[in-house]
Design a binder for this molecule. Structure first.
Ligand SMILES: [Zn+2]
Length: 614
């Protein structure tokens, strides 16, 4: 690697320049071609065993696939430009045009569902077995599954039109109300300040417990005031879903989320069986935190609090990249080579400068196989992890290069495998590094243990609450009071003794945006799934060593080609439909939890003696 690493990316592989005629022609041609394919598809009759019809749909599918690649090329380019230069209005306008373009693609996929809908198993398999569609079976199968729970086109059209004034409207109402909210913060020194609600989350992650409690209390005054209206919104979102599910012939409200996640009900049940049976381990992680904060158990507003550690030194970018490189190099040479190539091609944007959008992501073009990593590196250990995480995503794309575009559409549940795996490689490499200070060590262990609490207690609470709510909603609306009761009760059940009695957050159903997203239901369990899946994979790697890596790459390559349990069975030979896999994955947190228990008192210094109350 060169002594000085590039911190700005090079986008010239996409187009010479945003205003270039090449980019303008590309955009125009893509819109035209999508429109003409749509017009053509709308005229085709559904597949019925007739060869000429099958030929026509095959041609349409292949063209659609090429259009998808072109769309990813343009949207990657625009997303990169817009996030690296948030002020430039040309890019914001281009993003607007892209969303119009995406609507045309949505209409195309409606036509594909219509084409596949009448096929029973045998003719479907015959169609999917056409040589030109090799590797596309799962993509087509998912479309056909969706078509089974679709109402007649006129009714779907009406539902979509009414939806923008109904379910989508309730979501917008939530956004509208919550974005204007302000809380009356009373700082520990008595100063009063009106603070936008958007800042509450970071205040609740403040190192000072009094600040967290003040933000929590003041915030909940505001959420309580709005709770009747928000309860209406939540009830109507759920009511709409129940009604549409009934009309579409969806047997259970969870089925929609399971389909989106490409996991079976058995997999979900097996995972949660293991999670709830082993809640003691993440609870123990929270107990470590409570002890470090000198309280008997944490309150809800302590969940996001950092461990009370002295601040660790900054890690300059060159050093951060070197740490990743060394950790990857020891464990996974192919990943190191790939990491180096990202710098050689200048595919990483990491510079800390103004005018960039917040956050980090990895994005790529299916047309040229260009990939880009975006982040703002400011030198925390968390930034080093973020870089490793995004490089993991990029590596996933690299492994998938050998698959067709239809086979690259993996679900959210499998999307975080490669990223979290890369993070684990880094974290293990760092923990093996003797130059790591005890504080940095505690920080790393604290991150793993904190993830355990987030993914094995907090997220499961959201899942269990939402499930109870949808069950109860079948027989009528729930009042705000009932929703709060249900939420507090679920928090008690899942967190148990790790959460101080009386310090639950009954209004969490109102303050958590995820319950109000109109187009995704159960926006929670995929997080737990992804976390445990990648920990389980990483522990297999630790047991089996380098021999595991080809199977790991086979897994990544298959993520868009089958249901999660089928992918796991075929690649790594493990059964996701039995609790055992998940239990093993949870157990990987025992080591970090126990080490943190031992290490923390030494880096915190002698614990403060709190009078003689105990
Ligand atoms: Zn990610």
């Amino acid at each position: 690697m060169s002594p000085s690493l590039p911190v700005r990316w090079d986008l010239s592989g996409f187009f010479p320049d945003f205003d270039s005629p090449e980019r303008q022609r590309f955009e125009k041609a893509l819109a035209d071609d999508a429109a003409s394919l749509l017009a053509r598809a709308q005229k085709l009759s559904p597949l019925d065993g007739d060869e000429a019809t099958a030929d026509a749909w095959e041609a349409a599918l292949l063209e659609y696939e090429k259009l998808l690649a072109r769309l990813s090329h343009l949207s990657t380019y625009v997303t990169c430009l817009a996030s690296a230069d948030a002020e430039d209005e040309r890019f914001v306008l281009a993003e607007g045009r892209l969303s119009v373009l995406r609507a045309a693609f949505d209409k195309l996929s409606v036509e594909l569902r219509r084409a596949l809908a009448p096929l029973s198993d045998e003719p479907f398999e015959a169609f999917a077995a056409r040589p030109a569609l090799e590797g596309a079976r799962f993509f087509l199968w998912r479309l056909r599954e969706e078509s089974k729970t679709t109402m007649a086109p006129a009714l779907e059209g009406l539902a979509a039109d009414l939806g923008s004034h109904g379910i989508m409207g309730w979501g917008r109402l939530y956004d509208g109300i919550s974005s204007k909210m302000k809380l009356d913060m009373v700082w520990p020194n008595g100063r009063r300040e009106r603070v936008p609600m958007a800042q509450r989350r970071s205040l609740m992650a403040d190192p000072d417990r009094a600040v967290r409690k003040a933000a929590f209390d003041a915030g909940n005054v505001v959420w309580a005031e709005a709770s009747d209206v928000l309860a209406q919104a939540l009830n109507h979102i759920a009511g709409t879903r129940h009604l549409l599910n009934e009309r579409r012939g969806v047997a259970n409200f969870l089925d929609v989320a399971l389909h989106q996640s490409a996991i079976s009900k058995k997999t979900l049940d097996a995972m949660f069986e293991a999670v709830f049976a082993r809640a003691e381990l993440p609870r123990r992680g929270l107990a470590v935190k409570a002890k470090a904060m000198n309280v008997s158990a944490i309150a809800w507003y302590d969940l996001e609090a950092p461990l009370p550690l002295p601040s660790a030194e900054r890690v300059p970018f060159e050093r951060g990249a070197k740490l990743i490189r060394e950790a990857f190099g020891r464990a996974y040479p192919r990943l190191t080579t790939y990491f180096d190539s990202l710098f050689e091609r200048r595919w990483i944007e990491s510079e800390a400068r103004g005018g960039k959008r917040p956050g980090a992501y990895c994005i790529g073009s299916d047309l040229t196989e260009d990939v880009r990593v975006f982040m703002t590196y400011q030198g925390s250990l968390g930034d080093v992890s973020t870089l490793a995480h995004e490089v993991g995503h990029a590596f996933h794309a690299e492994v998938m290069r050998e698959t067709r575009v239809f086979a690259r559409q993996y679900p959210m549940t499998l999307a975080e495998t490669a990223s979290t795996f890369a993070e684990s490689v880094l974290s293990d490499g760092l923990l093996a590094d003797p130059s790591l200070s005890p504080v940095q060590r505690a920080l790393l262990l604290g991150e793993a243990v904190g993830d355990g609490a987030a993914f094995l207690l907090d997220v499961p609470t959201r899942f269990a609450f939402e499930k109870k709510f949808y069950e109860e909603r079948r027989s009528g609306e729930l009042t705000a009071t009932r929703l709060s009761e249900l939420m507090a009760e679920t928090q008690r059940e899942v967190f148990g003794s790790a959460l101080q009695e009386g310090d639950e957050d009954p209004l969490f159903w109102a303050s958590k945006l995820h319950f109000f997203i109109p187009d995704v239901t159960f926006y929670n369990f995929p997080y737990t799934f992804g976390f445990l899946l990648s920990r389980g994979m990483y522990s297999l790697f630790k047991q089996e060593g380098p021999a595991f890596l080809p199977r790991y790459e086979a897994f990544l390559k298959m993520t868009g080609s089958a249901m999660a349990h089928e992918v796991a069975r075929a690649s790594i030979g493990r059964d996701l439909e039995s609790p055992e896999f998940w239990a093993d994955a949870i157990e990987t947190l025992r080591g970090p939890t126990e080490e943190l228990e031992r290490l923390l008192p030494t880096v915190l210094g002698a614990p403060e003696v709190v009078g003689s109350r105990e």
